[in-house]
Design a protein around this ligand. Sequence first.
Ligand SMILES: C[S@@+](CC[C@H](N)C(=O)[O-])C[C@H]1O[C@@H](n2cnc3c(N)ncnc32)[C@H](O)[C@@H]1O
Length: 208
Amino acid sequence: MSAHGETTTRSEREAEEAVRRELAEWYRAGKPPWDNGTTPPELVAAVTGDAAPTPGRALELGCGTGTNAVYLARHGWDVVGVDLIDDAVRQARAKAEAAGVGVRLLCGDASRLDDLDVPGPFGLFFDLSCYCGIPHHRRDAYAVGLTRRAAPGARLLMFGYGPEAFPDQISGVTADELRTRFTGWELLDVTPGTNPFPTFWFTLRRTP
Ligand SMILES: C[S@@+](CC[C@H](N)C(=O)[O-])C[C@H]1O[C@@H](n2cnc3c(N)ncnc32)[C@H](O)[C@@H]1O
């Protein structure tokens, strides 16, 4: 049992460690394929479109090298970015500094936000392929962590792969899973991505 009273089995710990090792290796090897320095149009629309909320606090889960955290900060958001891999966080800090924006960038686990100093409340959560790669036994904790930190009416914009996209036992997310796991949230929209394999943009709203 951990200091937080978590009970994890050996195979669960091994699954977490395998994910962490794989991610760390991507960053150690250079530029991971997802790190293209471009903010996705779906986030641009959420932040600048007609229905865009007034900027407030935003939390990016799995911020990588900080492209989107910096984008949000440039659009007036007070941003915290969290990533599991310290190489990514180091690069994100350098990117924010070069851009001249103040973003809090923390190395930590998006499913263990209580270990980090991120009290919220947040009006916007952004997750680009972080949740869909988190081992299933940590996903309830991820959802609870966001729910506790969500301002009334907060939005969660999430991009994720369908479970068919990768032949492993971990990756993938479905609309049904999010409806079940995110108690107190409403799944407002599911839009298929444009990738050659199943991907989705999910928009959820914390119900008041
Ligand atoms: C597909 S990448 C996207 C990175 C970044 N958002 C971007 O658009 O370039 C997903 C990121 O989630 C991070 N990640 C995966 N599991 C995580 C976890 N449990 N907690 C925090 N970050 C995690 C990975 O290290 C990786 O940087």
